[in-house]
Each structure stands twice: as C-alpha cells, then as structure tokens.
Design a protein around this ligand. Structure first.
Ligand SMILES: Cc1ncc(COP(=O)(O)O)c(C=O)c1O
Length: 379
C-alpha cells in the first residue's frame, strides 16, 4: 500500500506490484494464444520502468521517430512503427529503429518502400480501415466516416503492391474481445482475400484485457481460431492502456477553496488540461479515492479546479465526508495511461514528479521537474 505521506505532491505514482500483475496476464495471453503482444508507447512511455516491462514483454510499437528511437535505446529492440505520414528527414531514424514499418497510404508506401531495400530485416505493411468501430467518441474512432487513418478497400484496390508483407488495423479503444470478434468479421468481409497473401496481421490496440470484466478466455479462443484459419499469419496485438490499466494514481493537494453563487471549488496543485487532458477531451470524470463520485445531498460537495488560467480547467462535482481544506491530499485513481505521455507545461505550472512505488514498499522518484525544464522547452 502506498504511503502517501512519503510522497511530495503533486506526483504520478506507478505501483510496481500492480504493473507486474498486468504484465503477467498479458504475457500469459501472448503465450496461450500464440500471438505477439507489444507495448504501445503512445499510452505509456515511462522508460525508467522498462526494465520491469522487459521481464515480460520485449517489443513495442512506435508512432513517430522519437518513439522508435526510445524503443531501440530503452527497450533494446526494434519497434513496429506506424505513423499517419512519414517525413523525409525522419525516415533514416525510423528505418534504423524499426523491424516493421506500416504505411498509411499507397503514396507513402511507394515513396519510402524503396528506401528500405538496403535493410533486409525491415518488413513493410499497410494500414487498412475496415470502416467498422464500436468506439462511440469520434475523437477516438479511427473508422469514423472520412477518417484519414488507414485505407478503405476502394483506395487499396484489388492487389497488394509488391513488397507488402503485412496488414494493420486499429479500430478499438478500451474494448472487449467481442468488439474484436465483430471487427475481425468486418476485416474478413472487406480484406479477407488479402489475408492469405501476407505474413502478418497487426490488430492494433484497444484490447483492454487487464480490465476486471474482460473475457480473456474468449480472446484466447478467438485468436487461436483466427490463427487456425490463417496459418500463414503472425498475429500482433499492440495495446497500450491495458499494460498500465489501474496501476497507479495522481496525487494532488488542495491549495484554496473559492465560492461563486453556491458553487464551491477546491483549487488544486495540478491542472486537468496539463496533467489529465483526457478528462477534458474524452471527457470523463476521474474516480477520487474515498470521495463520492456523484454529489450526495447534505455532504460537503466540491467542483475541483485546475491551477491554470483556462476557464474550463475544472471538473465537478464530488462529495466528501468532511469539508476540504488547504493542504488536504486527493488521490485520482488510474492515472498512468495517456497522462504522463500527454502532459504539457502550459501556464508554467509545475509538473508532477514521476515516481515508482516499489514492491518492497519503498519510493523511487524517477524525476522531479524544475523551472529549467519549463524554460528549456522554449529556448
Ligand atoms: C495505431 C494504434 N495502435 C495502438 C494504440 C494503443 O491503443 P490502446 O492504448 O487503447 O490499447 C493506438 C491508440 O490510439 C493506436 O492508434
């Protein structure tokens, strides 16, 4: 159990025990289903924790030159890379740090594929768009009409160009194995004739196999059956959030309480727009340890405000058993995926430190941020 008194506020705190629990489950799915499962850096790239990850999972997926470089430097393996568009000056790094390169369009494939000829260990693929997704929020729906991500069948045409060894689709987000099953049916309906002609199929991310209600046995059966049908295919899954789902928290403190026409706001030493942007973008209301998720009549109730000048930098409302006061600490649950990778230093707000709560109940502070970090980003 984390001893919050030992930790400076604000802080993101990754819990080693919980991380290992997720990693064990992911490794067992990989082994039992006979597929590759790799870590998507876009959700989690806290590389000081990679030594723990590597004990279970050795490969990762990158979506940019810097993520690919991080894979090579800190995972010690080459990345499966996909980017909506590669840029000439970045391609040498992509090439040097990738084992698989997926292209989003035929024009990108034809432009860059010849550049891979001098490196025979790179396998090239194309991203396809099955035009089916059960994701309801458009911001996270790569199969929404008009999407720029992946080729619809008419764009791809009847034949795969020479040199294409794999296909990639990504249409899930925090999804179940049943959503994957429905998606695979659509993939087969639209692209089934091409599956026997390639060596690998990357099923993207969004497989939330570490969520309590996820039907892991169904996923394993589904993947095993798919493999039987297409024995030529190496199957790759690249979830991000599932690796670090519910493996840590964001610790924040109350700095002031303000009132305006019956609404009381506790202003915190974090900012939602800077430190938990998905709460505003998705949007969703995070769970606070020990608080009532919905207002309870008769109990002290607060909107929580970020410490930036953005008017919309607040979320509401939670109730508490006691009045909040300056110095009180709040623990936001499940704040490790899509947080640290997305933070900004907007308004020059001090960045939460990055910590690991180790399995022997000691604290390792990976990083404390300073004014210099803010200043050097703009120099
Ligand atoms: C191409 C691709 N792969 C993998 C992922 C990881 O998805 P998740 O973190 O939901 O598992 C994403 C997320 O956006 C993605 O765009």
């Amino acid at each position: 159990m984390i001893d919050f008194e030992k930790i400076p506020s604000p802080a993101y705190i990754l819990e080693e025990d919980l991380l290992r629990k997720n990693l064990s489950l992911i490794r067992s799915v990989k082994e039992r289903a006979g597929v590759d499962i790799i870590l998507a850096f876009k959700a989690f790239a806290l590389w000081k924790a990679f030594p723990i990850i590597k004990e279970y999972i050795q490969y990762s997926t990158a979506s940019s030159p810097w993520e690919a470089q991080l894979a090579w430097e800190e995972m010690g393996s080459k990345a499966h890379t996909y980017s909506p568009a590669y840029i000439e000056k970045d391609f040498p790094v992509i090439k040097a740090c990738s084992s698989h390169i997926t292209f989003n369009s035929l024009s990108q494939f034809h432009r860059f594929y010849p550049e891979t000829f001098d490196n025979h260990s790179i396998s090239c693929g194309l991203r396809i768009n099955p035009e089916y997704s059960e994701v309801e929020t458009d911001l996270y729906n790569p199969a929404a009409p008009g999407s720029r991500l992946g080729m619809v069948r008419e764009e791809l045409g009847d034949h795969l160009p020479e040199g294409v060894e794999g296909l990639h689709f990504h249409t899930l987000c925090e999804s179940s194995s049943y959503a994957l099953e429905n998606t695979l049916q659509r993939v087969e309906a639209k692209f089934g004739d091409l599956l026997p002609k390639v060596k690998w199929l990357n099923m993207g991310g969004g497989h939330l196999m570490t969520r309590k209600d996820y039907d892991v046995e169904h996923l394993i059966r589904l993947l095993q059956n798919f493999k039987k049908k297409y024995p030529n295919l190496e199957i790759i899954l690249e979830p991000g959030a599932a690796f670090v789902w519910q493996t840590g928290v964001l610790l924040a403190s109350v700095v002031d309480i303000v009132h305006n026409k019956g609404i009381q706001t506790a202003i915190l030493d974090i900012s939602f727009t800077c430190h938990t942007p998905d709460c505003l973008e998705m949007p969703y209301k995070p769970v606070i340890r020990g608080a009532y998720q919905e207002p309870v009549p008769g109990k002290p109730t607060y909107r929580l405000g970020g410490n930036s000048c953005l008017s919309g930098d607040f979320i509401g409302d939670w109730s508490f058993d006691q009045e909040l006061k300056t110095g009180d600490r709040l623990v936001f649950e499940d704040m490790i995926h899509y947080t640290i990778v997305k933070t900004t230093m907007f308004n020059g707000i001090p960045h939460p430190c990055l910590c690991l709560w180790k399995k022997d109940d000691s604290l390792e502070i990976y990083r404390n941020f300073t004014y210099e970090d803010y200043k050097t980003r703009m120099s």
